[in-house]
Design a protein around this ligand. Structure first.
Ligand SMILES: Nc1ncnc2c1ncn2[C@@H]1O[C@H](COP(=O)(O)OP(=O)(O)OP(=O)(O)O)[C@@H](O)[C@H]1O
Length: 299
């Protein structure tokens, strides 16, 4: 049976039933105790998110639910405007749900915290007046996670991990776009968050750099097994980066399906299985009948 034939498409998330019988191309996360595995690290339950303007209420997502388990690479995939970034911001604690709840480690998310760090798409997310090292140290100091000496040690450690030791004392404008993103990733991982949130982090990079960054992210994950929540509107990127993908319908975003994708990596991109699964996702995203709900309504 091909990987495409076994890639699981289903409407209701159920991690226990998530593993399709495809040959593993990447080793899976180490086995965890059943009690730990049973409780999701991150639980998003019936979450509707809205923006209120003086004239309108814009519903960005409608009753979205999913679970993310420890060491998963979970991808939110959907067309532009389906509410992916808004969901990520709600998980980060920047936007309170209009309906539903978000729990991390069993505790309700009620605001931002150092257990959730976001890497954005923008290259200007690094304050330009700080050196690379100071940028990585900044959240460690601001959150009082570490004192200055330990923060510096940790920053240098993480810059080494992303291959930027030599650039510790330069300023962001002296780096390429891909290097800036590596600094942002080092800064995020240095905080040792429970979940790393990435909002289209490679979308502004050229194709080659984007591919290299995907490779580097996966290599870091192989080594560290952090939990990743990754937003993209690229089907190919979702299949390469994710071990599980949540498909969101167009505006307002609703859960359309969940897909297991841990059988794929960068090397499988040209394969018939990869192409067939990408095609299937495309049909699910764009050919399904509209649900009839208008996302915006007058105040
Ligand atoms: N600050 C805001 N005020 C009002 N509406 C907003 C605001 N931010 C986003 N929206 C609306 O909420 C919906 C979801 O936006 P969001 O940015 O989360 O989508 P997305 O899936 O991340 O899109 P993209 O892939 O283009 O980034 C869209 O209809 C958008 O217009």
């Amino acid at each position: 049976m091909t990987a495409a034939a076994t890639a699981t498409l289903r409407a209701a998330p159920s991690p226990a039933a998530a593993a399709p019988p495809v040959p593993r191309r990447r080793p899976e996360p180490p086995a965890v105790h059943a009690d730990v595995a049973a409780t999701a690290l991150l639980q998003v339950q019936g979450v509707s998110l809205e923006y209120r303007t003086p004239e309108h209420v814009v519903r960005a997502t409608h009753q979205v639910s999913f679970d993310v388990h420890q060491a998963e690479r979970f991808v939110l995939l959907g067309p532009s405007g389906c509410g992916k970034s808004t969901l990520l911001k709600a998980i980060a604690g920047f936007i309170p749900p209009a309906e539903g709840q978000i729990h991390l480690d069993g505790r309700r998310v009620q605001g931002p915290g150092p257990d959730r760090i976001v890497v954005f798409q923008e290259f200007d997310q690094l304050p330009p007046w700080k050196t690379v090292k100071q940028n990585v140290m900044f959240p460690l100091l601001a959150s009082r996670t570490l004192g200055r000496r330990d923060a510096e040690d940790r920053a240098l450690h993480w810059l080494d991990r992303v291959g930027l030791s030599r650039f510790a004392d330069v300023h962001p404008h002296q780096l390429s776009g891909g290097m800036k993103q590596r600094v942002a990733i080092a800064r995020a991982l240095a905080m040792q968050p429970r979940v790393l949130l990435m909002d289209e982090p490679f979308a502004a990079l050229d194709a080659l750099t984007r591919r290299r960054m995907q490779e580097e992210l996966l290599a870091l994950w192989e080594e560290l097994r952090f939990t990743l929540l990754f937003v993209t509107h690229s089907i190919e990127e979702a299949l390469v980066v994710g071990s599980r993908i949540a498909l969101l319908s167009p505006h307002p975003g609703r859960m359309r399906a969940e897909i297991n994708s841990h059988g794929f990596d960068l090397a499988s991109q040209g394969s018939p299985e990869f192409q067939a699964t990408a095609q299937r996702i495309h049909h699910l995203l764009f050919d399904a009948p509209p649900h009839g709900a208008d996302g915006d309504h007058p105040q």
